[in-house]
Design a protein around this ligand. Structure first.
Ligand code: PLP
Length: 404
């Protein structure tokens, strides 16, 4: 008789976005004709840069001819893209092309990376967080039991007002730490010194940092590291995840990459320290057959001079939205973070309202949809997230309604 992986049924149903959809649909059907503005979206809204579409058309045309047709490519990505990544995103950081693993995105990689770690590792995750880290550790048996809204074996690194949204080093020893900066959902960042404290913790405790830099391109301030490898020692302890999704509008096109330096090692039960680059290579070549050639050419195109310009324009558009949202929320007296180096603004609800109560207030009184912070973890209670992915005229209208 086949038995299931019991870990899957311990995980609560993905309730956040389905519950938002349910509440919005119900309100819309009871109030036909109301103009609802959605500011809860975690997906880009502008189309792909022209350079990417042109590169895909050219690459697709190559598939017509026997001389230029491509079959299976290297699982880790074509050399042209791995080299472009190293030269453009890691210039002078000493990362090499064989430390880059091209993939179909950061969700897969941040989820799949658990394959190369023992189920016995103690895992720390910032709270609130992108749900993939928590749920995939639960699937891998590293989270324990789900009791009163928390996993018994995870270490939650609370990020709230009293910690100024900066995760404190854990009192207990942990083996794996997930950090995401610029952060989804709070939009906050760490300075170089703050990130260095984590790298030093990892060096001293032989921990591994899984660093999600999906929003790196949105950084505008100077002292905010774009890569964890800007921190001395990080190449011994950190794996970094990047994505073209938010940067270049690839959420539907699918491409990202993971950096696994050859010097990052973890212990084997049989003694010795094993290179995680070798394990991840083994994992990817066994379970993954690479990103389509056409899409890798599109990703490469983002690094051309024209590509950089077009990507910068996308980011500037969203960050202008973020500024408008942030200033409007401040004008109505809310306490907000984010929106300066990330496309998300994280606002404290007024008068101690719960996340869902404020969500309902905005939906029913302002016809605006946000994302309840509690959906990202217990420490998100009492906050809501506004996304700057959206049309600037619609966001301007939402702002008029809010300040009214
Ligand atoms: C959107 C997002 C990603 C990117 O996911 P893809 O699979 O590359 O589209 C990764 N991490 C975080 C925190 C995100 O918000």
């Amino acid at each position: 008789m086949p038995y299931i992986n019991e870990n899957f049924i311990k995980i609560p149903a993905a309730y956040l976005f389905s519950e938002i959809t349910r509440r919005v649909s119900q309100y819309a059907s009871e109030n036909p004709g109301v103009d609802i503005i959605r500011m809860g979206i975690g997906d880009v809204t502008l189309p792909l840069p022209d350079v990417c579409v042109d590169a895909m058309i050219k690459a697709a045309d190559e598939q017509r001819e026997v001389e230029t047709f491509r079959g299976y490519g290297p699982e880790q990505g074509y050399d042209f893209l791995r080299k472009a990544i190293v030269e453009n995103d890691f210039a002078s950081l000493g990362i090499e092309p064989d430390e880059i693993f091209v993939s179909d995105g950061a969700k897969s990689d941040t989820g799949n990376i658990g394959d190369i770690f023992s189920g016995d590792n103690k895992v720390a995750i910032t709270d609130p967080s992108y749900p993939v880290y928590v749920d995939t550790n639960a699937m891998g048996g590293r989270a324990g039991e789900f009791v009163n809204g928390c996993w018994t074996d995870l270490v939650y690194l609370t990020c709230n007002e009293s910690s100024q949204f900066i995760p404190e080093l854990p009192a207990e020893k942990v083996d794996i730490v997930y950090l995401c900066y610029p952060n989804n959902p709070t939009g906050t960042t760490l300075t170089k010194d703050q990130l260095a404290a984590w790298v030093n913790y990892a060096l001293e405790n032989r921990a591994i940092i899984l660093f999600d830099a999906a929003y790196e391109a949105f950084i505008t301030e100077k002292d905010v590291p774009h890569s964890i490898y800007e921190i001395a020692g990080a190449k011994e302890v950190a794996i970094e995840f990047r994505s073209y999704s938010k940067t270049a509008g690839f959420t539907g096109t699918r491409c990202g990459y993971t950096v696994v330096p050859k010097s990052v090692r973890a212990s084997s039960e049989n003694g010795g320290r094993v290179s995680l680059n070798k394990l991840w290579l083994r994992r990817q070549t066994t379970k993954f057959n690479g990103v389509s050639y056409v899409v890798q050419r599109a990703a490469e195109a983002t690094y051309s001079p024209e590509g950089r310009k077009q990507v910068d324009e996308l980011i500037r558009y969203y960050m202008e939205n973020a500024r408008v949202i942030r200033e409007a929320l401040q004008a109505i007296g809310l306490s907000v973070v984010g929106g300066v180096n990330a496309p998300y603004v994280w606002a404290k609800t007024p008068d101690g309202m719960s996340s869902w109560d404020y969500f309902d207030f905005l939906l029913k009184k302002k016809h605006i949809v946000c994302t309840p912070g509690v959906g990202f973890g217990a420490s998100g209670e009492g906050f809501v997230r506004f996304s700057s992915f959206g049309d600037k005229d619609r966001i301007a209208e939402a702002v008029r309604r809010m300040v009214r």
